[in-house]
Design a protein. Structure first.
Length: 259
């Protein structure tokens, strides 16, 4: 199996800001449009955006019946079951290995899932914003997304050249679980997840910079403190099916309103 292709098709896509970025990193009143607005008829879920290192656990169900796994950061694969890859970056692999092994023990191979990817934020420890979550460098994680591929889907993608796989990913084709499926998966596997802070209709969601910043300030303190509870990075707002998703960060709005 081509690990370069596995790495590419499982990378987490970029999330747009809710308001467009203008000069000197300041936000404008214009909403981003590339993938549509947060639809007025949708239920919008606001989850805490945890400030750490984007990480992923990749589970592969081989035809032999073996359940295999890899662990990666946002950009590269760091570890493969059996020490086939070893990269100590961010202590991510070492920290997530017990979680991956637990999943392997509790899940039998399934014909309808040749590949499952679990995305989480690895935070605390020695990450940049660790002081907002821990006083003694403790590390933790929070799951925020999951998707799976069938064998036929995976085989089709692996037959494509690398540039086509990247194009598939960046055009939003990774089949992420919807909100209900995601929570069901997380609870079934006893995983910790990014907390749901608010559920609101799209028609009620703030539009202006000022109203959005005011809404954001309701979630200023983190809900995922390990042994400290400092400032949250912000929120991720998404529709139930995840077709609409935006990031709203304190840093961006504070910079915009700074005199």
């Amino acid at each position: 199996m081509d690990l370069r292709k596995i790495n590419s098709l499982t990378k987490y896509p970029s999330i747009l800001t809710y308001h467009k970025l203008g000069e000197r990193g300041k936000l404008t009143e214009e909403l981003t449009e590339e993938r549509g607005y947060l639809n007025a008829t949708d239920r919008i879920y606001a989850h805490e955006k945890v400030d750490g290192e984007n990480a992923r656990m990749i589970f592969l169900h081989h035809e032999s019946g073996e359940l295999d796994y890899l662990i990666g950061s946002r950009e590269e694969l760091l570890y493969a079951k059996g020490d086939r890859i070893g990269n100590p970056y961010g202590n991510i692999a070492e920290f997530l290995k017990p979680l991956a092994e637990k999943y392997i023990e509790n899940n039998f191979p399934r014909e309808d899932r040749a590949l499952t990817v679990v995305y989480q934020e690895s935070y605390g420890g020695k990450t940049k914003a660790a002081k907002n979550y821990t006083e003694n460098k403790t590390q933790a994680y929070r799951v925020f997304d999951v998707f799976s591929l069938t064998k036929s889907e995976l085989d089709h993608l692996l037959a494509l050249p690398n540039e086509k796989i990247a194009e598939w990913r960046e055009h939003g084709n990774q089949p992420f679980y919807n909100e209900t499926e995601k929570i069901k998966f997380i609870e079934a596997n006893e995983l910790d997840y990014a907390p749901l802070l608010n559920e609101i209709s799209g028609s009620e969601f703030p539009i202006s910079l000022e109203d959005t910043f005011r809404y954001l300030k309701s979630f200023e303190q983190t809900k995922v403190g390990i042994d400290a509870a400092g400032k949250s990075e912000g929120i991720i707002v998404r529709s139930a099916d995840r077709k609409q998703i935006r990031k709203i960060r304190f840093e961006d709005y504070e910079r915009t309103f700074r005199k």
